[in-house]
Design a binder for this molecule. Structure first.
Ligand SMILES: NC(=O)c1ccc[n+]([C@@H]2O[C@H](COP(=O)([O-])OP(=O)(O)OC[C@H]3O[C@@H](n4cnc5c(N)ncnc54)[C@H](OP(=O)(O)O)[C@@H]3O)[C@@H](O)[C@H]2O)c1
Length: 352
């Protein structure tokens, strides 16, 4: 083809060869269209293949795109001091496959974290993952690290954390992973972690973080304590806290969403009681894998459509409405106020 020969790039794709009288041109924004000089008509579809195409890549070195007085795009080859109406990038077109609108969501409960990150380059991003030495946290950390992010595994047990770092490096020796000490049950440790993280001078975009909530029952006496109930209350607090954190920090560009990873996934969560181990073992064939459990967290962290959005709750990569209590703004504010009160005067907490 003349344009390609002119640019020194002969087209070898004979299927794409135009019938006599046709010429291909490009619009300013990179779409290819076809002009028939005999019939004096233009169309978007290739006259033989019916495909629509777009230009891919930049103009060759020394070339510039300009517009003539009729608004038609032409190209200047400054090195050879010539002009042409034919785009030299026509050698590098890609098919434009218009995807049919679909009502099916892109990701669901079977999607894995690695699938969500497929093709993503997260170099330059810093991700802090808590609870990263096992279960869902580990898969989350590994998935981010294998896609180029600098991942900090924030764990209370350095031996287990170092082992997790080694496992990730075993999968990709260039992964940028490191362990830092953080025991979320000790305020002093949280403070040390914050200081050590700040001293690193890196900025993080991504941090990992479900009946009626009776605030007086958040720390019940030993005789009133039932692990399952305490666990459920803690999950409700997770959502309320995430919502309030988002309300307070979103004006400063920090967003927060709450996620539900799945049910009874076979992590280390059941280790506290043999009955749980039995139940988790029985449920294992029917529950999500760790990779699937990590997917919703990873989705919320990187989805371009969620950029700048927060205060929401996600399950299986899909926005859902949590219980009415979890949506309560009053409870979210009250939980925040209670947290502040508990911190006042606590060892390692802010001074009263
Ligand atoms: N598995 C499920 O079916 C399921 C379902 C719904 C929600 N979730 C939630 O998903 C999250 C991860 O659970 P998982 O299933 O992956 O459980 P997991 O394997 O037991 O992992 C929990 C992680 O949290 C760490 N951790 C616990 N207490 C900590 C503390 N005080 N400071 C710092 N780190 C601490 C643990 O570290 P150590 O190794 O040092 O103990 C471990 O790395 C939990 O919030 C869980 O409630 C899980």
């Amino acid at each position: 083809m003349a344009a390609l020969r002119y640019a020194g790039l002969d087209d070898t794709d004979s299927e794409d060869e135009l019938p006599p009288g046709w010429e291909q041109r490009t619009t300013k924004d990179g779409w290819v269209y076809y002009a028939n000089h005999t019939e004096e008509k233009t169309q978007w579809e290739h006259p033989k293949t019916g495909k629509r195409k777009r230009i891919a890549g930049d103009l060759p070195y020394g070339w510039e795109q300009e517009t003539d007085e009729n608004g038609q795009v032409f190209f200047v080859d400054h090195i050879n001091k010539r002009t042409t109406y034919l785009d030299p990038r026509l050698a590098f077109t890609v098919d434009d496959n218009p995807t049919k609108p679909t009502t099916r969501q892109r990701y669901d409960g079977s999607t894995t974290a690695m699938e969500i990150l497929q093709g993503r380059d997260l170099s330059g991003k810093v991700v802090v993952v808590t609870g990263a030495n096992s279960g869902i946290g580990f898969e989350t950390a590994k998935s981010f690290a294998l896609h180029g992010a600098h991942v900090i595994l924030a764990c209370r047990n350095m031996a287990r954390a170092s082992e997790a770092v080694s496992r990730i490096l075993g999968e990709w020796h260039k992964a940028k992973v490191e362990a830092m000490t953080l025991d979320l049950a000790l305020l002093r440790s949280v403070q040390h972690f914050a200081q050590a993280f700040k001293a690193k001078n890196v900025f993080t975009d991504i941090n990992d973080s479900s009946g009626k909530l009776d605030f007086s029952r958040l720390s019940p006496s030993k005789s009133d304590y039932w692990a399952m109930l305490a666990y459920n209350r803690s999950k409700l607090c997770n959502i309320l806290f995430s919502n309030e954190l988002h309300r307070r920090l979103s004006p400063r560009g920090v967003t927060s969403n709450a996620v539900h990873p799945g049910n009874m996934m076979y992590s280390a969560l059941h280790r506290g009681w043999w009955v749980y181990t039995l139940l988790f073992t029985l449920a294992r064939p029917f529950t999500k894998s760790m990779q699937q459990g990590a997917a919703t967290t990873v989705y919320c962290a990187v989805a371009p459509e969620l950029e700048g959005l927060g205060g929401m709750y996600f399950n299986s990569c899909c926005r859902c409405l949590p219980s009415a209590e979890a949506q309560s703004e009053d409870s979210a504010r009250a939980l925040w106020a209670l947290s502040e009160r508990l911190l006042q005067g606590a060892p390692g907490g802010p001074p009263s």
